[in-house]
Design a protein around this ligand. Sequence first.
Ligand SMILES: NC(=O)c1ccc[n+]([C@@H]2O[C@H](COP(=O)([O-])OP(=O)(O)OC[C@H]3O[C@@H](n4cnc5c(N)ncnc54)[C@H](O)[C@@H]3O)[C@@H](O)[C@H]2O)c1
Ligand SMILES: O=C(O)CC[C@@H](O)C(=O)O
Length: 304
Amino acid sequence: MKVLVTELYNEAGQQMLKDKGVEVTLAYGKSHDELVAMVPEYDALIVRAATPVQKDFIDAGKNLKSIGMAGIGLNHIDVEYAKSKGIKVLNVPDGSTTAVSELAVGMILTTLRKIPKANKDVKNGTWEKTAYPGNEIKGKTIGICSLGKIGFRVAEILLAFGAKEILTYDPYLKQEIADKIGAKILPLEEVLKQADIVTIHTPLTPETKHMIGKDQIALMKDGSYLFNLGRGGIVEETALYEALKSGKLKGAGVDVMEVEPPKSSPLFELDNFTVTPHIGAGTEEAQIYISESLARQTLEALGL
Ligand SMILES: NC(=O)c1ccc[n+]([C@@H]2O[C@H](COP(=O)([O-])OP(=O)(O)OC[C@H]3O[C@@H](n4cnc5c(N)ncnc54)[C@H](O)[C@@H]3O)[C@@H](O)[C@H]2O)c1
Ligand SMILES: O=C(O)CC[C@@H](O)C(=O)O
């Protein structure tokens, strides 16, 4: 059996596949066309967020028994089409809850305290103690879209920091989950109006694309903060730029962008904008767990 791996996949999972006699091909950095040309020979595919697997790819994968996402989000995979061809679609829904939620809190702290700018300035020879007035999490109203596994963990950590309350927009959330941490479920507009810090942990779907645009940001409190660690395309980037530039938003941070990698963005000119290159799941712990879980699921799909 042969497995085609298109993006960085931890050695722990690779070894589990090899131990069962599976041939593992690491095809990192290949173009879409190169991968489509390779895939007919393979029995299983393992990808991450940067490999779209749409109809042409699936049609080419004539021997595929499974498509594995070494992560959570399946927005880049045509799941229904794969299933209609009898191909199993695998992912690891609990693999990066800790990694992403800790990055989210790190990004919130970093942005509220202007750490990236202060760090850059000091290294460039400036020591200016009054140039970075910050804000605290303690006492703040937090808006979380959505209160799934990651959003829930972010809420728990922020409550431990002394946040005043958690408001959530999540139309599919069970009340008993919100009740566990005393979160209030509200319409999106209310969350945006009332929160000092809004953080997005929503899947990208047709419903959530550009869920936060100019009109939604206009509802937010003057001087509030916005974070997106869900998917690029949920927050409309031109609207975010305008809001940061005008000071409507005091700061923002994202781990995901609408086009990844971005060629350039006006957002990069702004000191009150923090960005990381989709590294939410990028801890050793998460990657080992994800690779092992996906290896187990792939072996099962291959009947090994
Ligand atoms: N930055 C990263 O590296 C990274 C890593 C992992 C996951 N993610 C993203 O985070 C998302 C959430 O992950 P999770 O583990 O918390 O998923 P989850 O399935 O546990 O939670 C998703 C939540 O979104 C809610 N939801 C669904 N449709 C919605 C809508 N239209 N509007 C508002 N809420 C809606 C659901 O009710 C659920 O509570 C993933 O889908 C993925 O896109 C990003
Ligand atoms: O690390 C990745 O490639 C994707 C991580 C994340 O966005 C996910 O959905 O699991």
